[in-house]
Design a protein around this ligand. Sequence first.
Ligand code: HEC
Ligand code: HEC
Ligand code: HEC
Ligand code: HEC
Ligand code: HEC
Length: 474
Amino acid sequence: MAVRARSRRRPAPWLSLFLLMALLACLGSLHLATRPPTGRVFTPQGPAAGALVSPPMRSEIAVTTGRDGTYHPPPSNQPPWIVALQGHYLAATRGGPVHLEPVPEDHPETPWINPAPGTSPRACGSCHPAALDQWLGSPHQRSAAGPLFSALLTPDIRKIQKPSPWRLAKNYPEASAACVACHAPGASSLEAELPAVSILGGTHCDLCHKVKDLGPGTLGLTHGRDLFTLARPAPAGRPVVLGPLPDSTRENVAYSPLYKQSLFCAPCHEGTVLGAPVYTSFSEWQAWGGNQSCQDCHMPADGARHHHHGMTAQLARKQGGLRTEWSVQRTPTANRVRLSLRSEKVGHALPTGQVDRHIFGWLEARDADGKPLAPLERSDMLEPWSTGMDHSVPGFLLARWQEKERPGPTPFWSPGGTWRDTRLLPDQPRELEWLFPPEARSFHLRVEHRKAWPAMLQSLDLPLQGQVLVDERK
Ligand code: HEC
Ligand code: HEC
Ligand code: HEC
Ligand code: HEC
Ligand code: HEC
């Protein structure tokens, strides 16, 4: 009896702990509420909600302005603070009211800033040498002048008489107008006769760092430059550079969270071109549903405040890509070769990008005298159209292509075929198997990435070569 009475009077220990914590929380919020806000942020439209306020170079402890534009000091109590709001120049403050200036409307007559040091006081490369170094020679730098791209569109190709469905410029002289928005986003319309555009016609620093927003338009159907809202100031106006940093002390820079999002890359990396689904990396990335952005994988952090600006498949392959594991089981009746394919740390189909890109692998079995042996079962064979060899070989193909009357790719710009897709998807490994005669002694696996189909390369007089990804013997 006595025990029960006592337990009714005294609260359980967890309850007293809870009450104490609730009291502390009330006191804390009372303290915050009575402390006057440090400052208030405005845009020309009125109080700015959701602006970030942080000590210089320390946005990890930023505070956010409330609905009325007020904020309390960031935890590190030392002004000045940097105020950042999408669509506005960064501003420094020591407290009190801050009036943010919107980034300018676009003035297409303003020339692009050349990044090469020495060309002007605003040449990006003078102050950002690492970014310049990485960008020079990258696919973005030569997006209007890559060898394959140029060969497809070059006027000389129009003169070659031997007919081939793969000569875009010859079969479709107006095609280049469909390529300008992504490949020559910096070209003026006068300059747009591809592929003769200058380096500032390509995907350069000033172009990528003048992006204010996306739209109007439809992602996938409105391409590259035409889907970006740019912010080139009037020739004598206040300069601007937009980027991902909300806490920079640099003058004339503006913050945009878009630079950290895959959506930034989407206007150029998602596109139905001449009626075909030629670029689908962004929608593949959406279907993947992982939590890394294009930038996380393709622009890895490169020091405290720098991201790698090379953006090549080559660089990405240092982190992930195609993984192959294979084994040979030798028995008196046959040699069984098992191969497993896996896509590792790739946030889209493998391969992705321009539709003609493909990866193929083939196996070679030889007897004791080095004579090549055909497999016993013709299960997975590669036809000559995919390899450029003169006979079929045991192997596999990861590709997306349009097929008409016979097997093999037709140019994406010739409508009316059936699309086939054998690419490797994230989290969907593939197991393959071949049987070879018992005389087979040595096995050779080669995997290669090619940018275009053999028929296309041959018709453009380009070498039939790619990047070797795997070269192993057992
Ligand atoms: C005179 C030197 C100088 C020149 C020229 C220059 N920058 Fe910068 N830039 C800086 C400095 C310094 C910062 C601040 C870096 C930081 O806060 O970590 C900066 C910051 C930036 C940022 C980040 C801004 C943000 O808020 O995200 C971008 C993007 C940028 N610059 C791009 C460019 C581009 C593009 C050009 C050429 C059109 C250029 N810069 C020219 C010195 C320069
Ligand atoms: C203005 C259009 C444009 C934007 C924006 C753009 N790209 Fe590209 N990108 C291109 C073009 C065009 C190429 C192909 C250039 C060539 O090889 O001819 C390319 C090539 C690439 C490649 C090269 C693959 C290879 O062949 O090695 C990668 C990777 C890439 N981009 C990633 C990105 C990422 C990540 C972003 C966003 C941060 C981005 N791109 C934004 C147009 C763009
Ligand atoms: C999880 C990491 C990851 C993410 C996220 C990612 N990629 Fe990739 N990407 C890779 C890897 C790894 C490769 C190299 C694959 C290979 O070996 O061909 C690659 C290759 C590419 C290529 C080169 C295609 C080729 O065959 O030359 C392009 C273009 C590309 N990615 C664009 C993008 C775009 C655009 C996004 C965002 C929509 C994106 N990637 C998101 C990891 C990633
Ligand atoms: C294809 C578009 C593209 C091109 C071309 C490009 N940048 Fe960037 N840049 C970006 C993106 C996207 C980020 C944000 C990366 C992140 O934070 O993940 C960025 C970030 C930056 C930053 C902020 C610091 C950092 O590295 O994150 C600076 C500075 C910068 N770029 C300068 C340059 C310069 C200089 C050039 C030319 C040599 C250039 N950029 C070319 C897209 C581009
Ligand atoms: C929606 C934007 C967009 C349009 C429009 C576009 N491209 Fe591309 N193109 C790209 C991107 C992004 C890449 C790089 C993708 C990759 O690395 O696989 C690329 C890569 C290529 C490549 C491979 C370049 C190389 O050397 O690796 C060729 C060739 C090419 N495009 C031709 C064309 C032609 C021809 C047209 C016009 C008929 C065209 N593209 C229209 C965005 C576009």
